[in-house]
Design a protein around this ligand. Structure first.
Ligand SMILES: Nc1ncnc2c1ncn2[C@@H]1O[C@H](COP(=O)(O)OP(=O)(O)OP(=O)(O)O)[C@@H](O)[C@H]1O
Ligand code: SF4
Ligand SMILES: [Mg+2]
Length: 347
């Protein structure tokens, strides 16, 4: 299809992922599109089950998307649909897009030494590289992520959660990728360790010019690290724009409700809580019209019958709500959030 915008490194176009088992089809991701510039961090947020992980996995091709395209500008400057490249091409560019997983406990093989874990992607991607060079590269990367090189012959169980996540980061970075999908990369860690790992990710981003897709259900963490944020609901992207704009002036009622539930430590800070009514609907049997209508306090008749599409708003953001332009929604005071996270980190 058409060429990419010259400014972008990644263009996700109309990606769908359906899982079918025993005759039931779950639409985990429906028609998601967004664009990413090199060096950006894109946060992806939404409640559990909204399709964040599935989307991330489709982008790195750990899952085959049911439909859609993921245009990617390779390091060599070629534009490819990452979902359709042939095996030979895939072999040469696979290393350029890596994923870091949520659980540093289960994603590392307990029978392998840390050195071998970090080296493994080199073995897979550089069959001609000498053992000495692999060892050297793995050790260099281990040092860069803050691991003690004396401990690399140990097994993962000897390391703390934060250190294990550093091992996961070293393993992803050792092949010098361009794009990293971080799936809840800090969610399992204590708050103080979280901050250290986020700072590490930022430093590495600067040093290697990395582009991040940062998947998380934690809106404070995402606000901290992301240039732009995409909000997902029941497999769809419902809002996508610059972080500050999204948090201070949300245009989608679901974004407004999510923001109102972010805990703030400052007792003087007043914000109306907007409870999300009811349960998240079953993605195998989504509601008619707007998928959010049963839980939305601004729902009208049109919302029940007609599905809103993701449209470009006058300020340039993407939003999928019939009433986006007429509603004046409650945003988040970013200063209060900064104070709150300072307090959180001080604990
Ligand atoms: N391998 C699979 N087979 C069948 N259904 C799946 C599979 N993986 C995910 N799903 C379903 O797809 C939907 C999206 O799940 P996904 O794990 O992508 O959500 P998520 O936003 O990452 O949630 P969480 O915040 O809990 O990690 C859910 O309804 C889930 O049950
Ligand atoms: S389209 Fe209607 S139901 Fe959906 S978010 Fe907008 S106002 Fe709410
Ligand atoms: Mg997930």
């Amino acid at each position: 299809m058409s060429e990419m915008n010259k400014e972008n490194i990644l263009e996700v176009r109309h990606v769908h992922k359906r899982f079918t088992s025993k005759g039931i089809t779950v639409k985990a991701v429906t028609d998601v599109s967004f664009e990413v510039k090199p060096g950006e961090t894109i946060g992806i947020v939404g409640e559990s089950g909204c399709g964040k992980t599935t989307l991330g996995r489709c982008i790195v091709r750990a899952y085959e998307a049911s439909e859609g395209e993921v245009w990617y500008r390779t390091e060599a400057g070629e534009e490819v649909d990452f979902l359709k490249v042939d095996r030979k091409k895939m072999k040469s560019i696979r290393k350029e897009i890596q994923m870091i997983f949520q659980d540093p406990y289960s994603s590392l093989d307990p029978r392998m030494t840390v050195l071998d874990i970090i080296k493994e992607p080199l073995k897979a991607n550089y069959p001609d590289m000498s053992k000495e060079e692999m060892d050297q590269r793995a050790k260099d990367m281990a040092v860069k992520v803050g691991l003690n090189p004396m401990y690399l012959m140990r097994y993962p169980h000897a390391f703390s959660g934060g250190q294990r996540q550093r091992i996961g980061i070293a393993r992803a970075l050792v092949v010098r990728p361009q794009i990293i999908v971080c799936d809840e990369a800090v969610s399992a860690l204590d708050v103080s360790i979280q901050a250290q790992v986020i700072n590490l990710l930022r430093d590495l981003q600067k040093e290697f010019g990395l582009t991040y897709l940062f998947i998380s259900h934690d809106l404070s963490v995402v606000e901290h690290i992301s240039d732009k944020v995409g909000v997902m609901y029941l497999g769809q992207m419902v809002e996508f724009c610059e972080t500050e704009k999204l948090y201070s002036q949300p245009m989608h009622p679901y974004t407004e409700a999510l923001l109102s539930a972010v805990p703030v430590a400052d007792p003087t800070y007043k914000m109306e809580r907007i409870p999300l009514q009811g349960e998240i609907p079953n993605p195998a049997n989504p509601p008619s019209g707007c998928f959010f209508h049963e839980r939305c306090r601004y729902c009208t008749e049109k919302c029940v019958t007609e599905a809103p599409h993701l449209k470009t708003m006058p300020d340039g953001r993407l939003c999928a709500c019939h009433r986006a332009e007429e509603l004046n929604l409650q945003g988040f005071d970013l200063k209060a959030m900064a104070e709150s996270s300072k307090n959180k980190n001080a604990v």
